[in-house]
Design a protein around this ligand. Structure first.
Ligand code: PMP
Length: 448
């Protein structure tokens, strides 16, 4: 029996050493879970992670979403190895593969006519926003409360939901995600509330002609998959068209995951510009932005053209991984399998919560569903604030201590990959039952 609850000896050692070399002892902020809890991974395969002390976890975090098939998928890895050993990693020149991958994406996503590559979601969003501004010749951008669009200064504003009083009438204040974000980066940014029709109409009435773009995740992958309603998203689409503003749908999390054509396929609504990353490369670092040809054609190296570039852009590691991953997603039943297994996992968790007498609501599609301890599905980020996220956190820590890895924050959805089909769901139900019981007992003792 593996003991997950105690700190492993190697973890203690690695953490102490890492502190001497990296701020907070981690390669990027979001990995730091406290000195005791920061996870050091040794290897991964399928839906499994093995940590530095040899403990195995079934993983529903999947590196924040990129793993769509499974870790170390042989089909994708073989394509990458062939490419880098037979052809190279990058040359700073065009290759035939560039167009081939765009053609694959166009076959899956009818919202794309032309496209450019990037190396991360952050870069793809930067490219899309700049293109929208270049095309519209306007500067103002609109984002939605609870969304996340990477580290670009203007996207680093959020509503301070943690310090907001949900019983009052004042809206949450808008704050930067952290230090180092210049105040000027706020000046051209508007925040709106998902599914708030009156707010949307008022914004366009007042500022419609100044808006370069509205950037949003219709299924908010950074707020527990709380989703736009069909009518609200359609209204947003119509208002953008009417006022000449670009609709930018950020499919960094939803793209090639919730459907072949991402969230836009589920809604049947097309953006002017779309960003992709994560699932398109099954964990290899690749991203892209694209959309209507007329809009994308403002990108170019001629006078006044929108600047887009990057030494690593369209490198062969990224593109061969994307080619292999997209081929599997397009031509096999991988996404159907993910939907089926995701629905089974959601159902079993529903049984566990019901048996424990916990009010719960799921949000989003089976491939990336959010769990909210509340009686009705939240419709926006402010609703999330009144869910029992403390109980969720306690439940998540219990799961982790029983060998089930996930983000201990209900704003991060459960991600499903094809390899989860191998999981023993009876075992998962049993572990979830024990974890929920322990979390409820902790809550009854007043633990947080
Ligand atoms: N957009 C969305 C919707 C995201 O979820 C993220 C990252 N979680 C990003 C953009 C930024 O992507 P990256 O971390 O690859 O820069």
């Amino acid at each position: 029996m593996q003991d997950f609850s105690k700190r492993g000896p190697r973890q203690t050692q690695l953490m102490a050493e890492a502190h001497r070399h990296m701020p907070q002892g981690v390669a990027e902020n979001y990995r730091y879970w406290g000195d005791e809890r920061t996870v050091f991974i040794d290897s991964s395969k399928g839906c499994w992670l093995t940590d530095c002390d040899g403990r195995r976890y079934v993983d529903f975090r999947l590196g924040y979403g990129p793993i769509i098939l499974g870790y170390r998928d042989d089909r994708v890895d073989a394509a990458v190895v062939e490419q880098i050993t037979q052809r190279g990693t990058l040359s700073g020149f065009a290759t035939a593969l560039d167009t081939e991958v765009v053609k694959q994406i166009k076959a899956m996503c009818p919202n794309i006519e032309k496209m450019r590559f990037a190396n991360s979601g952050t870069e793809a969003v930067m490219g899309a926003v700049r293109t929208a501004r270049g095309y519209t010749k306007r500067d103002r951008v609109v984002i939605v409360e609870g969304g996340f669009h990477g580290l670009y200064d203007e996207m680093m504003w959020k509503s301070d939901i943690e310090h907001w009083d949900p019983t009052g009438t004042a809206p949450p204040s808008v704050i930067p995600f952290g230090g180092g974000i210049p105040g000027q980066a706020r000046e051209l940014v508007e925040l709106i509330v998902l599914n708030d029709m009156a707010m949307l109409d008022a914004l366009f009435k007042q500022r419609g002609e100044q808006i370069a773009c509205v950037v949003l995740e219709p299924i908010i992958g950074n707020a527990g998959s709380i989703s736009a309603t069909q009518t609200w998203l359609q209204r947003l689409r119509d208002l953008c068209t009417e006022h000449g503003a670009m609709l930018v749908i950020d499919e960094v999390k939803t793209g090639f995951r919730v459907a072949k054509g991402g969230a836009q396929e589920l809604y049947g609504i097309h953006a002017d510009l779309t960003t992709y990353a994560k699932a398109m490369g099954n964990g290899y670092p690749v991203a892209a932005f694209g959309g209507r040809a007329e809009v994308m054609d403002v990108v170019g190296s001629y006078k006044g053209g929108v600047v887009h570039g990057g030494t690593y852009t369209g490198n062969l590691v990224a593109l061969s991984a994307a080619q292999a991953t997209l081929k599997i997603l397009d031509q096999t039943d991988a996404l159907k399998t993910i939907d089926r297994v995701g629905a089974q996992i959601r159902d079993l968790l529903g049984r566990v919560f019901a048996a424990a007498g916990i009010e719960y609501a799921f949000a989003g599609p089976p491939a990336m569903f959010g769990i909210h301890f509340t009686s009705t599905v939240p419709t926006n980020y402010r609703d999330w604030r009144v869910t029992n996220s403390d109980l969720y956190r306690a439940f998540a820590w219990q799961l982790i201590d029983h060998g089930v890895m996930l983000e201990p924050d209900s704003r991060e959805p459960w991600f499903i990959c094809e390899a989860h089909q191998e999981l023993d769901l009876g075992w998962l139900e049993e572990v979830a039952t024990r974890s929920m019981k322990a979390a409820c007992e902790g809550a009854a003792r007043g633990e947080r």
